[in-house]
Design a protein around this ligand. Sequence first.
Ligand SMILES: Nc1nc2c(ncn2[C@@H]2O[C@H](COP(=O)(O)OP(=O)(O)OP(=O)(O)O)[C@@H](O)[C@H]2O)c(=O)[nH]1
Length: 248
Amino acid sequence: MRLVQNMCTIAEYPQAGSASGDGCSGGSSGRPRLIKIAVVGASGVGKTALVVRFLTKRFIGDYERNAGNLYSRQIQIDGEMLAIQVQDTPGIQIHEHSLDCNEQLNRCIRWADAVVIVFSITDYKSYELLSHLHQQVRQLHPGNRVPVVVVANKADLLHIKEVEPQNGLQLANMLGCTFYEVSVSENYNDVFNAFHVLCKEVSKQQITSTPEKRRTSLIPRPKSPNMQDLKRRFKQALSAKVRTVTSV
Ligand SMILES: Nc1nc2c(ncn2[C@@H]2O[C@H](COP(=O)(O)OP(=O)(O)OP(=O)(O)O)[C@@H](O)[C@H]2O)c(=O)[nH]1
C-alpha cells in the first residue's frame, strides 16, 4: 500500500493495553485499553480504502493488493482514550459453494475483539460471502459474542449496483449485526460511525466482562477429597468386614 500517513504499523506501535495481550487491561497501568478489529471481505470491496479512510480521514483510490497489514490509532470514546488496532486482511477468494478461508485469515479473526465484514454493492458475490464469513466468525469465537458490523461499501456507485442496500440491511439484521451503508470515497462520517459503534460495543463488553472474570477466578475450587479422611473411612470399613468374617 502507498501513501499512508498518520498511521503506524504494528511493528512501530508500542504495545498498548496489556503485557498479557488480552486487550483488557489498561486502566490500572495508565495505558489506553486495546481494541482489536479485523476487517474481512472479498477482494476489491474496499477494505484497505475503508481502513485508511478511518485512520487518516483520506480516501486514496489506488492500492496494491493487500497482504494483511495491521494499523493503529488512538481514539476517544465516551471520554476514554482507546488504542485501536485494525487488521486489514487479504481479499477472500470465492469458490463455487465454499469459502476459502486460509489460516492467516482465521488467525486474524481469532485475534480480533470485533470484526467488520465488508461487501460492495457493485459485487453480488461479495454480498453472498457475508453469511459465510459471519458463520466463520461465530465458529472461531465459540461461546463469545464478538461484535460484528456489516459494511456495504461503494454506495456512490448506485448506477452499477448488484445488491439492493435493503438486502444488506435485512441480512445483517438476520445475523444480528449492525449495518452501515457507506461510500468510502465520498463520506468519512459514515465510516467513522461504523468503527465508533463497534469500538463502543467492544469497550462495553470489556468493561462488563473484566470484573466477571475476576469474580470467577475468586470462586473457590471444589475441595479435592481429603486423603486422611478417605484412609480413615477405608480402615473402618475394612475392620468392620474383618469383624463380620471373624464372627461367622
Ligand atoms: N467508487 C468507489 N470506489 C471505491 C470505494 N472504496 C474503494 N473503492 C475502490 O475499490 C478498489 C478496491 O479497493 P481496495 O481498498 O484495494 O479493496 P480491498 O478490498 O482492500 O481489495 P484486496 O486488497 O484485493 O482485498 C480501489 O480501486 C478503490 O479505489 C468507494 O466507496 N467508491
